[in-house]
Design a protein around this ligand. Structure first.
Ligand code: GTP
Ligand code: MN
Ligand code: MN
Length: 417
């Protein structure tokens, strides 16, 4: 059931910060935002090293403004009045308004570079720097990577290649619920009263995702200590983990005033669960999701399969024409690999952790920028620090966090920028 998106033609001025607006998954301007997101992704692929992805971010911010617009954009003059819509984004918007599509975006998404980068960054453990190195060495398919003995793949990349199809098949909400229940059962056996909350995109109302983000806590501060390793031991015992990498809690309160304050220091585990296929209703995984709203890019695209690498992958390149429907390939194992992030937050930091791990990533970036620029406060996934009063601002709910920041509360579904 897709609720109709309310339309308003009222002339409006969007606030500058994304966190000051309501941004829903469904909006009126997908034809523009899908195009801008291709450019964002492409810019991210071109980005060198640690250098801030300012070009990618510019496209993202332009797309965010269009997502928050309460009606379809019909003229370029209005686009010009929106915050963060730069000249490059404007010209793309103009092309789409005039021709129905953007040739620039079309050329990029049809190109070898973009397609290959989508394919390679779809491998768990492979970021754009590695993907580009491989692209520049002439690799174009997963088999090119698999068959080159001179590459020393890291452990996560090896499993990423092995489970490529699994990990590039979107996780459904039903699967996320099953995994949450599995974890909750173990957690509560080990520590009664502990909580396990599904965060990330699913909490924002998405029905598919690339992973399952679970935030674990206990109302009594300190009780959560040691919980993660105990839970992992149980899961391991039951042979439910295909991969896991754990980082310890490195939280240091004094770091908030230093430069690394945006980092997340919770004890956490990035893992791959083995989700038994018998737990999933038979055709749920292979069913293709309905196509996203028809956008300019899709019109006449020869390779619509490359539009959203998180949702779809190029099966051709992923290794033959075998699709996810191919029983032969998948029958060997009885489970499907699912990426799961487990994060442990102590009670006193829980509200901030919940905001931080609910996202979107861009919403959170906007919150931190807003806190810093408008409130003279430092926001992290752990705390909010008032630099004027020189004190931490405790919060026991997400509403508290927004209150401290003097922002109207936004439901998770309204944080989809
Ligand atoms: P999909 O999983 O692709 O459906 O979307 P998502 O919004 O759930 O993305 P993701 O799982 O990557 O991130 C969920 C939230 O966790 C976002 O707000 C991210 O900023 C945050 N997050 C993800 N990974 C990390 C990480 O390594 N460190 C920190 N600090 N935050 C992270
Ligand atoms: Mn996620
Ligand atoms: Mn995640």
């Amino acid at each position: 059931a897709q609720a109709a998106v309310p339309v308003s033609t009222e002339k409006m001025t969007l606030p500058k910060h994304e966190c000051q607006r309501i941004t829903r998954l469904k909006h009126h301007n997908h034809r523009f935002t899908t195009a801008l997101e291709v450019l964002e992704e492409h810019a991210g692929y071109l980005q060198v090293g640690q250098k801030t992805d300012s070009r990618a971010r510019a496209f993202r911010r332009a797309a965010c403004s269009l997502k928050a617009l309460p009606h379809p954009l019909t003229n370029v003059e209005e686009a010009r009045t929106l915050p963060h819509v730069g000249t490059h984004s404007l010209s793309v918007i103009q092309d789409i308004l005039e021709d129905g599509y953007s040739q620039e975006v079309q050329d990029i998404s049809d190109g070898d570079f973009y397609g290959t980068m989508q394919l390679f960054t779809g491998i768990f453990g492979v970021g754009s720097a590695t993907a580009r190195k491989w692209y520049e060495r002439g690799f174009r398919t997963l088999d090119d990577i698999r068959n080159d003995s001179t590459l020393s793949l890291k452990k996560d990349q090896t499993i990423g290649l092995e489970l490529y199809q699994d990990l590039n098949t979107p996780v459904t909400l039903a699967e996320a619920d099953i995994i949450q229940e599995m974890v909750r059962a173990e957690v509560q056996k080990l520590l009664p009263g502990a909580t396990v909350v599904l965060t990330g995109g699913f909490r924002r109302g998405k029905t598919k995702g690339h992973d399952v983000d679970l935030l674990i806590s206990h109302p009594t501060e300190g009780k959560e200590t040691g919980l993660l390793s105990a839970v992992l031991a149980k899961l391991r015992e039951k042979d439910l983990l295909a991969y896991e990498t754990t980082s310890a809690n490195t939280y240091d309160p004094s770091s908030v005033s230093r430069k690394e304050y945006t980092l997340d220091h919770f004890e956490r585990c990035f893992s791959i669960f083995k989700l038994d296929k018998s737990l999933i209703s038979s055709n749920q995984n292979t069913k293709q999701a309905p196509p996203s709203p028809v956008g300019a890019v899709q019109q006449g695209s020869s390779r619509p399969d490359l539009l959203h690498h998180k949702d779809k992958v190029s099966l051709e390149r992923a290794g033959g024409t075998a699709s996810f429907l191919d029983e032969e390939k998948t029958e060997e194992k009885t489970w499907i690999g699912r990426r799961v992030d487990l994060i442990i937050a102590p009670a006193s930091q829980y509200a901030y952790a919940l905001v931080g791990w609910t996202g979107s990533k861009h919403f959170n970036r906007s919150l931190r920028l807003y806190a810093d620029n408008e409130m003279n406060m430092k926001l992290t996934n752990h705390v909010l620090y008032d630099s004027v009063k020189n004190q931490y601002l405790p919060a026991s709910s997400e509403e508290d966090v927004f209150l401290h920041l003097q922002l109207p509360y936004r439901e998770p579904a309204e944080r989809n920028c």
